[in-house]
Design a protein around this ligand. Structure first.
Ligand SMILES: Nc1ncnc2c1ncn2[C@@H]1O[C@H](COP(=O)(O)OP(=O)(O)O)[C@@H](O)[C@H]1O
Ligand SMILES: Cc1cn([C@H]2C[C@H](O)[C@@H](COP(=O)(O)O)O2)c(=O)[nH]c1=O
Ligand SMILES: [Zn+2]
Length: 285
């Protein structure tokens, strides 16, 4: 296969370093785009073929180009429930704020377990946040101007509940120069990918998977077991519904729970059939 962008390989044992390709030189030049303050007429290369009028034209054109924001960052923190995702998000947000950055935290309004206006860890630590149905409404709620000019770092908790997570994070980091710190479940109670958290991996700068302690044996827990009969993917709850477990207790626990759910399903099916039969047999008065 022919590679289109890297410099061609130097001959074997050659001491010559490969010259950077035209592509990589162009890329390097565009990494730190010109801004008004960095740009001045004196820095324009003097081309003897340009008259002073055409140099002025060039200057005006370059100065009127839209500024590109500096590149942002995306950091993703995943893991099962009770693994410290919210705690980690909170620590990073506080440390960014201490270093002078302007921060804001968003969580899904679906999760109203503890407090609507704060993210709250399972240990009770709190930080004020925006509880929103989707991420696309954030800029308007925060104020377009304030978002553009005053905000450096955005924390997103319970990221699995946001359908527009990928688009929001990509735009914020690639185009708007924001640092986005995302905390969420990578997998649901059946260990299936949850929402679009995993879609962020290819566009993330760092990805951290945390672990909790297995509630049964105390070993490292990477999965979340649902203790109740419900089967829907989204089911808000805490320790009364979920527990962190290691692999072997996930497998054995899930087996038992699936059997219990099947038994419950069969019995409710039997009850429903009996009720239906009783209704159709009973006289219509
Ligand atoms: N089974 C559990 N039930 C309740 N709290 C737990 C349990 N296991 C751990 N915790 C506590 O939860 C803390 C992590 O909370 P948090 O950061 O909110 O986790 P996450 O956001 O990953 O769910 C741990 O430091 C621990 O003290
Ligand atoms: C496993 C699993 C979890 N949820 C819900 C339960 C909680 O409300 C949140 C996770 O909160 P945490 O900060 O990670 O503790 O997600 C769900 O809806 N479906 C699931 O399968
Ligand atoms: Zn275990």
């Amino acid at each position: 296969m022919r590679t289109l962008i890297s410099p061609s390989l130097p001959p074997l044992f050659s001491l010559h370093l490969p010259r950077p390709s035209l592509f990589s030189r162009a890329l390097r030049a565009s990494r730190y785009p010109l801004t008004a303050s960095a740009f001045s007429l004196n820095r324009l290369p003097t081309n003897p073929h340009h008259s002073s009028a055409s140099r002025r034209e060039l200057q005006t054109e370059a100065a009127s180009k839209p500024f590109s924001a500096p590149p942002g960052e995306i950091h993703v923190v995943v893991g099962p429930m009770f693994s410290g995702k919210t705690t980690t998000l909170l620590r990073r947000i506080l440390s960014e704020r201490e270093s002078g950055k302007k921060v804001a935290v968003i969580k899904s309004d679906k999760d109203d377990r503890y407090c609507a206006e704060s993210i709250v860890t399972h240990d009770g630590e709190k930080f004020p946040c925006w509880a929103l149905p989707d991420l696309s409404s954030f800029k308007e709620r925060f104020g377009f101007d304030a978002y553009r000019n005053q905000l450096d770092v955005i924390g997103i908790d319970e990221a699995q509940f946001f359908g527009d997570l990928y688009e929001f994070c990509r735009e914020a980091a690639d185009k708007e120069g924001k640092t986005v710190i995302v905390a969420g479940l990578d997998g649901d109670y059946l260990r299936r990918r949850f929402g679009s958290v995993l879609d962020l991996v290819p566009i993330a700068d760092t990805v951290t998977k945390l672990a909790s302690r297995c509630e049964v044996c105390g070993n490292r827990a990477s999965f979340t077991l649902r203790k109740t009969e419900e089967r829907e993917t989204e089911l808000i709850g805490g320790a009364e519904v979920y527990m962190p477990v290691c692999r072997s207790h996930y497998v054995s626990g899930q087996g038992v729970l699936e059997t219990a759910r099947a038994v419950l399903d069969a019995s409710s099916q039997r009850n429903a059939t009996r009720d239906l039969e009783a209704t159709s047999l009973s006289p219509p008065f």
